[in-house]
Design a protein around this ligand. Structure first.
Ligand SMILES: *[C@@H]1O[C@H](CO)[C@@H](O)[C@H](O)[C@H]1NC(C)=O
Ligand SMILES: *[C@@H]1O[C@H](CO)[C@@H](O)[C@H](O)[C@H]1NC(C)=O
Ligand SMILES: *[C@@H]1O[C@H](CO)[C@@H](O)[C@H](O)[C@H]1NC(C)=O
Length: 387
């Protein structure tokens, strides 16, 4: 290295200095001892962003007839000599008056990170100082090392992985896209910790629960904007489970009765109702069949119009998906009302012993009294049937 550097300066002298030196050798020697060039201040260490321009300043006093050169410190490559760029179009030098020699590198690449030497061709030994630049690179997600959508069976382990490049090394933060907290199972426990975000390149999910299903965002950020993110969907597959809020339903004849089931399953289910373990019920004048879906949850409703004796029996809500089948059972019975209340029976729907909102003018005092009476009757009947 030393040889190369010496070689460089010999060349420089041959090019630029020799003719004058030959003439004014004695004079130069005197001057050199009296007024040696000095560095006015250190170059310092600086940070620049990728693609921008890096500027390093080398301030020299009493330069005299000496020349200033910039080299890459690592391999002693000569970049500029005095007012000339030597190596490629990305490097340039300019004199920032009165005495600062600026090395400019543009556009800046990641490999430009490193230290740069400013040299003065003093004799017998050269003077030099060093300054370093760091090149900041915005984060970028490495697709090949980052999870695609992940699909697991419930209670299996899953790990979501996200890798990113950038300088300084980016921080990886996980969030749920729907802004709900991330559920993390506590070690050796059935409980979950709820966290807004999780920091780390991989998000380990131990014995995945259906509630963890959803879209996750891995966000890579460092000090250089913009932060970048990738959306990773976690799918949790499980066979249907059915919950029936009211398994026993009593209703007066002539009313409309609403049966309800809650299903949880993924992937999507096919849901239907059957009566007395036989016929599948179809949406039509007698039955209204409705379904409401939100993520892995489905609410199923069956409304039976004009409840009659032939409607008494067992009903099943059935749900199937690729992983299995499940059903809920509901029993429907008649609530006998006395003749007094019967006039209004077509306006009352009783579900699980509870009277649902009756149609009509409830502020009618006579009506309210009758309604109350029928509710009381319902309770008594229901109680009787349970015991
Ligand atoms: C500049 O950076 C170099 C290399 O990272 C380090 O050795 C040197 O101590 C730094 N100088 C200053 C003034 O911080
Ligand atoms: C899930 O991970 C835990 C601990 O890392 C391990 O003990 C367990 O066997 C794993 N379960 C499955 C289904 O791979
Ligand atoms: C309900 O009944 C009250 C009292 O009989 C009556 O004043 C009111 O206008 C009725 N309201 C409706 C909506 O029929």
């Amino acid at each position: 290295m030393r040889i190369e550097r010496t070689y460089f300066w010999s060349m420089l002298q041959a090019l630029a200095l020799l003719p004058t030196m030959a003439l004014k050798d004695a004079q130069m020697t005197t001057k050199r001892f009296s007024e040696e060039p000095e560095f006015e201040r250190p170059i310092g260490n600086h940070t620049f962003s990728l693609g921008r321009e890096a500027v390093l300043g080398c301030a020299v006093t009493n330069l005299g007839k000496h020349k200033v050169g910039w080299l890459r410190a690592e391999d002693q490559t000569v970049l500029t000599m005095h007012e000339r760029a030597v190596l490629g179009a990305r490097y340039s030098v300019n004199l920032d008056a009165p005495r600062t020699w600026q090395l400019r590198i543009r556009p800046l690449r990641a490999e430009d990170r490193g230290c740069y030497m400013c040299q003065i061709n003093t004799q017998p030994s050269m003077k030099w100082q060093i300054g370093c630049i760091d090149v900041y690179v915005p984060p970028d997600i490495i697709s090949d090392d980052t999870s695609g959508d992940v699909s697991v069976q419930e209670l299996e382990n899953a790990t979501l992985t996200c890798k990113a490049t950038g300088h300084p090394p980016p921080k990886i933060t996980w969030r749920r896209e729907d802004h709900e907290p991330i559920l993390l199972k506590k070690p050796l426990s059935r409980d979950f910790d709820k966290v807004e975000s999780y920091v780390g390149s991989s998000l380990p999910l131990w014995r995945v629960d259906r509630r963890q299903m959803g879209a996750f965002l891995c966000i890579a950020s460092n000090d250089v904007p913009p932060a970048v993110s990738k959306r990773i969907i976690l799918l949790v597959n499980f066979a249907p489970t059915v919950k029936v809020p009211n398994q026993l339903l009593g209703a007066p004849l002539g009313t409309d009765v609403k049966l309800k089931c809650y299903v949880e399953a993924y992937p999507n289910t096919i849901n239907y109702w059957i009566k007395n373990r036989g016929e599948m019920l179809l949406d039509g004048p007698k039955y209204t069949i409705r379904e409401e879906k939100s993520s892995y949850k489905v609410s199923m409703w069956l409304t039976i119009r004009q409840f009659s004796r032939s409607d008494i029996g067992t009903y099943n809500c059935v749900s199937t998906n690729s992983l299995g089948k499940s059903e809920g059972t509901l029993r429907l019975y008649e609530i006998k009302l006395n003749s007094y209340a019967e006039d209004f029976s077509n306006q009352i729907s009783v579900a699980g012993g509870l009277t649902e909102a009756a149609k009509g003018n409830t502020s009618d005092p006579l009506y309210s009294k009758r309604t109350l009476l029928s509710i009381l009757l319902c309770y008594i009947t229901y109680w009787y049937m349970l015991t």
